[in-house]
Design a protein around this ligand. Structure first.
Ligand code: DHK
Length: 144
């Protein structure tokens, strides 16, 4: 099974940005945790991060016919991007939405998620562990 983990804007600043909200784990450590977890559960994983909406759309499109499951944290684009939602719908790959923070308990604008409409599960507020939980969900779903 091939899993693609996509992170949107400012997630490359994990560990530096607002640690009271996003924690102290850096993006590099997150990538290492994801790679270790992939090995543990027996899946192949690809990681991608971009601060640009169109790049995220391009990368989702490139997953078509190649990737079996997507973990996506679109960062701020969660709350604005119809284009990312449409890309996920277009490729029709099972996807899980992840947020490090508890978005549903933050500002009102963070409580709107477009991508959620194309995801079969959402994990919020579990810190970086949320990514690993999302991989488990995709693995279970893939196993049937
Ligand atoms: C990350 C961001 O960058 C914010 O724009 C979202 C999300 C929340 C997170 O919790 O991972 O609002």
């Amino acid at each position: 099974m091939n899993i693609l983990v996509i992170n949107g804007p400012n997630l490359n600043m994990l560990g530096i940005r607002e640690p009271n909200i996003y924690g102290r784990t850096t993006y590099a450590v997150l990538c290492a945790l994801i790679e270790d977890h992939a090995e543990k559960i027996g899946v192949d994983v690809e990681l991608y991060q971009s601060n640009h909406e169109g790049d995220l759309v391009d990368h989702i499109q490139k997953a078509y016919n190649r990737i079996d499951g997507i973990v996506i944290n679109p960062g701020a684009y969660t709350h604005t991007s119809v284009a990312i939602l449409d890309a996920l719908k277009a490729v029709s790959i099972p996807a899980v939405e992840v947020h490090v923070s508890e978005v549903d308990k933050r500002e009102e604008f963070r409580q709107i998620s477009y991508v959620r409409l194309a995801c079969f599960a959402t994990i919020t507020g579990h810190g970086v562990n949320g990514y690993l939980e999302a991989m488990d969900l995709l693995r279970e779903r893939n196993a049937g």
